[in-house]
Design a protein around this ligand. Structure first.
Ligand code: PLP
Length: 388
């Protein structure tokens, strides 16, 4: 049996090892040290924004952002139904109330029309999520935010490198959040970043990240804060990853094209759309499967061939802990969630690996086609019209 190909894997072939050894040999392994500031600076430069504040992971980046904006009990925050649960968990972590809305059919991202429908006197913020590297229809979200005096906290965890009208995602909100978990575009093992153009918000993010300790007076606390700091060890890896980011993004574009070319004669697979005004980034390569076929059966069959295919996120509103927070049924989220799948995407895989994934999935698809026609022929009782 050929080697297992996981759905994602990090690539650590730059200066990661060298910089981590530097941390170890200099004894700076906690959250002070030059890599933390260098990583933050390099990240802010890439986004084209004034401030970047590193944190322990992407989830606390989101809750720190909400807390920094003063969002808490009694406030409502609008989130899409189609996202990783960290987005909505962060709202609960600050004691606010999430309001779950549906997504657009073309972008799979939060639908501004659905957002507008649920804005109330209690609404304080919107969290648009650039899902699977696809960019949210930002101008409508920004218009709504302006009109109703709402904050935008952008969840860019899956979309580092994507742009809206030529500007990097993360540059459009009060505070934007990134994740550096091992399957993201760049990784620090665990890690996250908040970015903002505001000096004031930058100060407050840093104070709350560090126990709420006064900037002027050490060990004096003006408010209840957190310890959400990133370590110098993580930042060392992050800086090395930043040095390779342009290369990563270019390679990911190549993977995107390679897959689409490989599957071009598979009419049952529909690739994520390229939409106007934005340039998406490739996180995990995704497809929608023709609704006659079952994604879970496909995953099962691919697993037999040692290929890791992943289903999409379930609708948050299907889970009992979140159900009560969705005022309307989210038809599009349900449809996309049930029919989408991710194929292995990483710079660590070779072209031969990708060729194997394509070959296996083509064979799996062919066998599902045969099953479909076979079953449908057999299931028709002789002499009866097909609809009986
Ligand atoms: C990964 C991810 C997060 C949170 O990241 P962690 O670093 O794992 O806490 C948040 N939102 C989305 C959409 C993500 O994909």
């Amino acid at each position: 049996m050929k080697a297992f190909i996981p759905v994602a894997a990090p690539t650590l072939k730059g200066n990661e090892l060298k910089y981590v050894v530097e941390c170890l040999s200099s004894n700076w392994i906690s959250s002070q040290g030059k890599f933390v500031t260098d990583f933050e600076e390099s990240f802010a430069n890439f986004i084209g924004i004034k401030h970047a504040v590193s944190v322990a992971n992407g989830t606390v980046a989101l809750s720190l952002a909400l807390k920094t904006l003063g969002i808490g009990p009694g406030d409502e925050v609008i989130v899409p139904d189609f996202t990783f649960a960290a987005t909505i968990n962060a709202v609960f972590h600050v004691g606010a109330t999430p309001v779950i809305v549906d997504i657009q059919r073309d972008s799979w991202c939060i639908d501004p029309l659905c957002v507008e429908k649920v804005i109330s006197k209690k609404t304080k913020a919107i969290i648009p999520v650039h899902i699977f590297g696809q960019v949210v229809e930002m101008s409508s979200i920004m218009d709504l935010a302006k009109q109703h005096h709402l904050y935008i906290v952008e969840d860019c965890a899956e979309a580092l490198g994507a742009t809206w009208e030529g500007n990097s995602v993360g540059a459009f909100s009060d505070i934007a959040c990134f994740s550096f978990f091992s399957n993201k575009i760049i990784t620090t093992g665990e890690g996250g970043m908040c970015v903002t153009k505001s000096d004031q918000l930058n100060d407050r993010l840093r104070v709350l990240r560090d126990h709420g300790m006064s900037k002027e007076r050490k060990y004096w606390h003006d408010e209840v804060g957190f310890n959400y700091r990133m370590t110098n060890l993580q930042a060392a890896i992050g800086l090395a990853q930043m040095e390779q980011l342009d290369f990563f993004l270019k390679e990911r574009e190549g993977i995107d094209e390679f897959y689409d070319h490989g599957f071009k004669n598979v009419p049952e697979f529909r690739s994520q759309l390229k939409l106007s005004r934005r340039r998406s980034t490739l996180w995990l390569k995704t497809y929608l499967l023709d609704s006659r076929y079952s994604v879970s059966l496909m995953i099962h069959k691919a697993k037999d061939k040692n290929i890791d295919i992943r289903a999409f996120f379930y609708p948050l509103s299907d889970m009992s802990i979140f159900k009560a927070y969705a005022p309307y049924f989210t038809a599009i989220t349900h449809e996309i969630s049930a029919s989408g799948f991710c194929v292995p995407t990483s710079l660590s895989f070779s072209r031969d690996d990708y060729q194997r994934v394509i070959q296996v999935l083509k064979e799996v698809m062919e066998s599902m086609r045969m099953d479909y026609f076979w079953n449908h022929d057999l299931s028709l009782p002789q002499g009866l019209p097909p609809n009986v």
